[in-house]
Design a protein around this ligand. Structure first.
Ligand code: HAM
Length: 412
């Protein structure tokens, strides 16, 4: 038997309706922040991702040689593609350029709950301004994405990689080694880092300090002051402080980040609880351009799992009318009603199986129709329709035109 590939999912109509609603919510929110949607190809030259994204992603690439002998990869994320697209066709657009995207990404990972080989990302990139206000705008939109889909149990951890860079430099650690150190910190291997770089308890102590204390001990406290400025600016956006935590150990798993970074965890998820990650990065250098960019991506699938765990999934829409023609002689009139209701965007279906009234009503009930419309000889004669309210069970017969008018006024 042929089954779906490991790490992929089939999404049924209920799941798709839920996802479309949440997706629309995120699109509307990002639009309200002045962002506009773009779409890049599902596959790119593998080199785009191997140049700078770092081992975590590169080891997980789905890549293959195409018929023209090119090394092609399914995108593991959108950020590198967006900067490539910017370089290819959007450089002349006025700055700041605010872009958002939504679509599937592919990573050859070991599948488990919340970790898939095909998963969806909703993300944004803010290209142009290299200011604390741009970092704050980026973080504020990320926070609002999570808040707007009604998640409540989450933590937003914020850091500035330049603080750790400064600490490493001041402890005579070759800054070239920073990626190795960051990957270890990301994997919570702090003791290993301390041992390997002879830091004793210094690193752990540093990570546990308040920002003011860090400012005091660093020879150059500028990166700490910058982070403080971003945090102050976040107050303008009305972020609820209970969700916010400064955590200098937040280092991200990708190599292109360079400044303020952040991650959001959903408290009720297990091992794969990071639902969003992003920050200030440099990918322009792949193309020899100097351009500031900041963004984030939200793991759509994990966010939905978290919402489900909080019992906050949006309610599914009900269907409106299910027409049950009783006998072939009522077909013509039944289809007339069907056409009229559909033309008014009323979700209307008609029995296609010629089932008896009892069975057809059972179908309407299971499929969450609000009303069943029974159309027999009497209704054809009087130009009426017998409506059964599927919630209350009440039944009444009214004129067809009156019903259509009522429906139009009530639902449109
Ligand atoms: P990332 O942290 O690699 O960042 O991915 C963002 C989010 O995608 C994660 O927080 C997680 O929720 C979700 N995710 C990642 N891998 C999987 C998976 N295998 N299954 C399910 N969900 C997953 C980026 O991709 C950056 N491009 C974010 C960014 C945009 N930075 C700047 N701009």
């Amino acid at each position: 038997m042929i089954e779906r590939p490991r790490g992929t999912r089939d999404l049924d109509p209920d799941e798709m309706e839920t996802r479309r609603k949440i997706e629309q919510n995120l699109r509307d929110l990002s639009t309200s922040f002045g962002y506009r949607e773009i779409l890049t190809p599902t596959f790119e030259h593998t080199e785009l991702f191997t140049k700078k994204s770092g081992p975590d992603i590169v080891n997980e690439l789905y890549h293959f040689e195409d018929k023209g002998g090119r090394d092609i990869a399914l995108r593991p994320e959108f950020t590198a593609s967006v900067i490539r697209a910017y370089n290819e066709g959007m450089r002349e657009l006025p700055k700041p350029l605010k872009l958002f995207y939504f679509g599937p990404s592919f990573r050859y990972e070991r599948p488990q709950s919340g970790r898939y080989r095909e998963f969806w990302q909703f993300g944004t990139e803010l290209i142009g301004p290299d200011t604390a206000r741009a970092d704050a705008e980026n973080i504020a939109l990320a926070y609002n994405c999570v808040k707007n889909i009604r998640l409540d149990e989450f933590e937003l951890r914020v850091s500035n990689l330049k603080i750790l860079d400064q600490f490493l430099q001041e402890n005579d650690i070759d800054i070239e080694k920073r990626q190795d150190i960051y990957h270890k910190i990301d994997k919570e291997e702090l003791e290993e880092v301390s041992e390997e770089y002879s830091l004793g308890s210094k690193l752990l102590d540093f990570l546990n300090m308040e920002l003011d204390e860090m400012s005091n001990i660093l020879k150059d406290p500028e990166p700490v002051e910058y982070l403080k400025e971003v945090l102050d600016l976040l107050e303008y956006y009305g972020l609820d402080e209970k969700h916010l935590k400064v955590d200098i150990g937040t280092v991200r798993g990708l190599d292109y980040y360079k400044g303020v970074v952040f991650e959001i965890d959903a408290d009720n998820l297990g091992a794969e609880k990071q639902i969003l990650g992003g920050g200030d990065y440099n990918l322009g250098d792949i193309f020899g351009i100097d351009i500031s960019s900041k963004g984030f991506a939200m793991g759509f699938d994990r966010s939905i799992l978290a919402l489900e765990n909080e019992g906050k999934l949006p309610e599914l829409d009900e269907m409106d009318c299910y027409i049950i023609p009783i006998g072939e002689e009522s077909f013509e009139y039944s289809y007339e009603i069907l056409r009229e209701l559909r033309s008014k965007n009323v979700i209307t279906d008609i029995d296609l199986m010629g089932r008896g009234v009892g069975k057809a009503l059972g179908y309407a009930d299971k499929n969450d129709f609000k009303y069943a419309l029974l159309v027999g000889g009497n209704e054809v004669e009087d130009k009426s329709v017998t409506i059964k309210d599927m919630h209350s069970g009440d039944q009444k017969t009214i004129g067809k035109d009156e019903f259509v008018r009522e429906v139009d006024e009530k639902w449109n």
